[in-house]
Write a protein that binds this ligand. Structure first.
Ligand code: BG6
Length: 496
């Protein structure tokens, strides 16, 4: 459903005074403007509770873009308008509608509207309902909804939220953001798999022994203690980002590159994900919470001493898990995932470990042969490394691992767009491929709910890991029980 590649639209940002808008949305929109993917026919309306004026919003946007060309920023800011907004008051919607109608005329926009929910999730449903009942979705153009996480906190609340937004928007008008799907190398997973004759034939339980996905952060909860206490790493990272990466790695090749075909293959993976019952949770999942420790030479406090966190909190800041996919392709191949805050380094990396050769001519006890690995570096470095075995140089013989490295952001650093930039642009073009379909959200909550129920019941049983470490020992045992270990993650951007 791609349309013109210079979309003409108004974007209403609910939560325009918030952190996400400043850190991600304004810079992403500016990049679209700077690279001329947005033409002059666009307007942005910031809506939030604070009694700001157009000028306050424009100053905030300019501040978020302080490193950019001042003249261009000033021109860009002329497209921004602010409306003090009370989500529960119908008058706010009437005022918004009048402003949108005026802006359509002023900027010559054909009634296209994106409503971006970038604020507290408690109002997502109310806003969607009112947008419809007060006529804001009734225009001559198209209307779309971008919705940030959290999309519910369990299956029941996600279903309820979905019902509310579905009353105002159809499924193909809803764009559920998972910003990992906008990352360059996450999008590259499909290309690496389906664009290379050498990988796809090996991509199954015949040749792959296990897959490891790590997403580690050095930051703690920062100022989000209030939200994080109700979420924890399982809901914050696993239900969405980690499961999305699993489905991209495990999906069958789609018959075409349309959103429907790609999503349908991803959904099949989630349907084949083996459920983990509450009783079995301890066997498949490990959780931990960071204690005090040292990161890059600085001492940092434990989770329980963070702002807005209960000093006796049992919220997990780390999760490791073993996922099994009961399909012809994946039966018997564990997908190990781990994610946590206040870990040793910031890194997202996927490692595909291939099986050993049936008979290894070079095997010596003191000189073990290294399994072949395909590492996909998602961030901060972007690229792939293929680990093979080569001959040790010299007369002694034997083998040594050799690495074939491709670094994407060494070559293309300037041009790699931000995840949000790409996703907002996709939404403007009507391309929902890299957004979560309701069926994916439904199936992933269904899987996650049992684990969170088990942990809720067993509130006391939580391991602690030192800040600056790679997580609790129990996460290593998860793999050791199967005869594997976590491969080390790359710890610095590779320079060429
Ligand atoms: C967000 C989580 O979705 O992803 C945060 O809410 C987390 O807690 C962030 O820090 C990680 O994203 P990235 O892009 O920095 O890996």
């Amino acid at each position: 459903m791609k349309q013109t590649n210079k979309p003409e639209t108004t974007i209403v940002i609910f939560g325009a005074t918030g952190d996400l808008a400043k850190r991600k949305l304004y810079p992403s929109l500016f990049n679209l403007y700077k690279t001329e993917r947005l033409n002059e026919k666009f307007a942005v309306v910031g809506a939030a509770r604070r009694p700001w004026s157009n000028d306050t919003l424009r100053e905030t946007v300019a501040e978020a873009l302080h490193n950019e060309d001042k003249e261009l920023v000033a021109k860009f800011c002329e497209h921004f308008y602010y409306l003090p907004f009370d989500a529960t008051n119908k008058n706010s919607y009437h005022e918004l509608n009048s402003l949108l109608t005026e802006l359509d005329e002023q900027f010559n926009i054909p009634g296209n509207r994106i409503f971006y929910m970038a604020m507290s999730p408690q109002f997502f449903g109310t806003i969607a309902t009112n947008l419809k009942s007060e006529g804001l979705t009734n225009t001559n153009g198209w209307t779309r909804l971008i919705i940030e996480k959290p999309f519910g906190r369990d299956l029941t609340s996600a279903k309820q939220l979905n019902q509310e937004i579905r009353e105002a928007f159809s499924e193909d008008e809803i764009y559920r953001i998972d910003h990992y799907l906008g990352k360059e190398m996450v999008q590259n997973i499909e290309v690496i798999r389906f664009g290379n004759a050498i990988f796809e034939p090996l991509w199954s339980n015949r040749y792959i022994s296990n897959i490891q996905i790590t997403s580690s952060e050095t930051l703690g909860v920062e100022d989000r203690g209030g939200y994080y206490e109700t979420s924890g790493a399982l809901r914050d990272m696993v239900q969405n980002h980690m499961i999305q990466m699993v489905s991209l790695l495990a999906m069958d090749p789609p018959i075409r590159l349309t959103p429907e075909e790609i999503r349908s293959e991803k959904i099949k993976v989630l349907r084949a994900l083996r459920p983990v019952s509450q009783e079995e949770t301890g066997k498949y999942f490990v959780r931990g919470q960071y204690g005090p420790g040292t990161i890059s030479g600085n001492e940092v406090p434990g989770y329980r001493s963070e702002n807005n966190v209960d000093p006796k909190s049992h919220t997990e800041t780390y999760v490791a898990g073993k996922l099994l996919i009961d399909s012809h392709r994946w039966a018997g191949v564990p997908f190990y995932i781990r994610t946590g805050k206040r870990m040793k380094m910031k890194s997202t990396q996927i490692i595909i470990q291939f099986k050993e050769l049936p008979m290894n001519l070079y095997y010596k006890e003191e000189d073990k042969i290294h399994p072949n690995l395909l590492s996909i570096h998602i961030q901060p470095d972007e690229g792939i490394t293929l680990t093979l075995n080569g001959k040790k140089s010299g007369l002694a013989g034997g083998t040594t691992p050799v690495k074939l490295d491709y670094c994407n952001n060494c070559i293309d650093q300037q041009n790699t767009p931000e995840a949000y930039e790409r996703l907002i642009y996709d939404c403007m073009l009507g391309d929902a491929t890299n957004f979560a379909h309701w069926d994916e959200v439904d199936l992933s909550w269904n899987f996650i709910d049992e684990i969170s129920k088990a942990w809720h019941k067993d509130g006391e049983n939580l391991t602690t890991y030192a800040s600056g470490s790679m997580g609790p020992r129990e996460a290593d045992e998860l793999l050791e029980n199967d005869g594997f270990t976590w491969w080390p993650i790359a710890n610095e951007v590779r320079k060429y």
